[in-house]
Design a protein around this ligand. Structure first.
Ligand code: PMP
Ligand code: GLU
Length: 393
């Protein structure tokens, strides 16, 4: 029957992050004590004001189809947030509210990319970028990097990957899966490259903007000339621990926002109405409310970098944002039973009962991705189990 599936679906990979989280859930249902560090999902509860906003929205008139691109006052509040936090001048008509940042990105890819088009994706990258590009019929062009480069490919190598067929460049900073943050100088160098290619557009995925441990987040679109060339992606999932509400948004040049709206009008008709009301409360809140969440992640980062470096042969950098580590674990490959990161992730799931995601799906084949968005206690227990399982071979 698989042969009856479309070629698109046959060539597209299942989301590696969601696949590992599904497996953890299945094993847990069988009674196994799994520690799940596979999913990029904050463990904290959403701030109290979020739940109040949701309760209030339920009592309001928000039960019918919303406008496809989002309620006007919600888009206005998002435009204001972009100005306040990122120095960006979007108006409400440049904003599209979607069912998660994931759909927001898919809309833009479908709006800009067609068969034969190339999309440059610096690696490591978030798993869905390449598969979404394939879904649109485009060709992902991956630019690899190494741990020694702090998992950031040199700008010259990104420039060298651009051809006359390149329509888009997609990256996240802070980066999922590496936690790396592009410096202002690196962003400026990238902007110079983009400026040289007038038909190239950029998706700057800034969903981890509030999880930066040093300095302040820099929006790519705020660099000279980049506002007309950039789609800025953000959402509620990470900053407000609202992954299940499925709410993301873009700020974009008007014509791209309109095209993304057209796409969305045929897919979902727009984002959930109550989630949109909650989004308004979130973007209107003072970002200072997020300081405790950031402090949690910084503490856990330090704890996990130390734990990872204690494992013989494992190496990792000290990421400046998000809540992931991407250690090079190739020292644990033995060429036989554990040939690569997929085998190692399965071995650790079976023997240590710890769920991690193999790095190949993120374009980093010698690695595993660890999400440290869970309690300190569970993190330490997980790393003890991993160390023990590896010591036993
Ligand atoms: N971009 C990045 C870099 C992510 O890590 C994720 C996953 N959380 C998303 C987009 C999608 O987020 P959402 O839950 O808003 O769909
Ligand atoms: N983006 C998160 C992650 O990378 C959640 C899972 C997903 O949407 O892929 O783990």
């Amino acid at each position: 029957r698989v042969m009856h599936l479309s070629p698109t679906v046959r060539t597209m990979a299942e989301s590696a992050t969601l696949m590992m989280s599904r497996r953890s859930r299945e094993l847990r249902a069988e009674g196994r004590d799994i520690i799940d560090l596979s999913l990029g999902e904050p463990d904290q509860s959403p701030p109290a004001f979020v739940l109040e906003a949701a309760a209030e929205a339920l009592r309001g008139p928000w039960h019918k189809y919303p406008p496809v691109n989002g309620y006007a006052d919600v888009r206005q509040a998002i435009a204001h947030k972009f100005k306040r936090d990122n120095g960006l001048d979007y108006s409400a008509d440049d904003i599209v509210v979607s069912t998660g940042a994931k759909q927001a990105i898919m809309n833009v890819i479908l709006a800009l990319v067609g068969p034969g088009d190339e999309v440059v994706i610096p690696a490591p990258y978030w798993v869905s970028y390449t598969e979404q590009v394939k879904l649109a019929g485009g060709t992902p062009v991956v630019v690899p990097s190494t741990l020694e480069e702090d998992w950031k490919p040199a700008v010259e190598r990104i420039a060298a990957a651009i051809t006359p067929r390149t329509r888009l460049l997609i990256f996240s900073s802070p980066c999922n899966p590496s936690g790396s943050v592009m410096t202002r100088a690196e962003l400026e160098a990238l902007a110079e490259v983009v400026a040289r290619h007038p038909e190239l557009y950029v998706i700057s995925d800034e969903i981890y903007e509030h999880i930066v441990f040093q300095g302040t987040h820099q929006s790519f679109a705020s660099l000279p000339g980049m506002a007309e060339r950039t789609v800025t992606v953000n959402g509620l999932s990470k900053a407000f621990a609202l992954t299940g509400w499925r709410l993301g948004y873009i700020g974009a040049p008007r014509w791209i926002a309109q095209a993304a709206t057209k796409v969305q009008g045929q897919f979902t008709s727009g984002a959930n109405s109550i989630a949109q009301r909650v989004a308004k409360a979130c973007v209107e809140a003072d970002p200072a409310v997020l300081a405790p969440m950031r402090a949690d992640f910084l503490r856990r980062r330090d704890l996990m970098v130390e734990a990872v470096r204690r494992i013989p042969g494992w190496r990792c950098n000290v990421p400046q944002g998000a809540f992931y580590l991407l250690p090079d674990v190739s020292a644990s490959f033995d060429g036989e039973r554990i040939k690569g990161p997929e085998d190692l992730a399965m071995h650790l799931l079976d023997t240590a009962h710890v769920s991690l995601v193999e790095g190949r799906s993120f374009g980093a084949p010698g690695t595993l991705r660890i999400s440290y968005a869970t309690s300190d206690d569970l993190l330490l227990r997980a790393m003890e189990r991993v160390a023990q399982a590896l010591a036993q071979g």
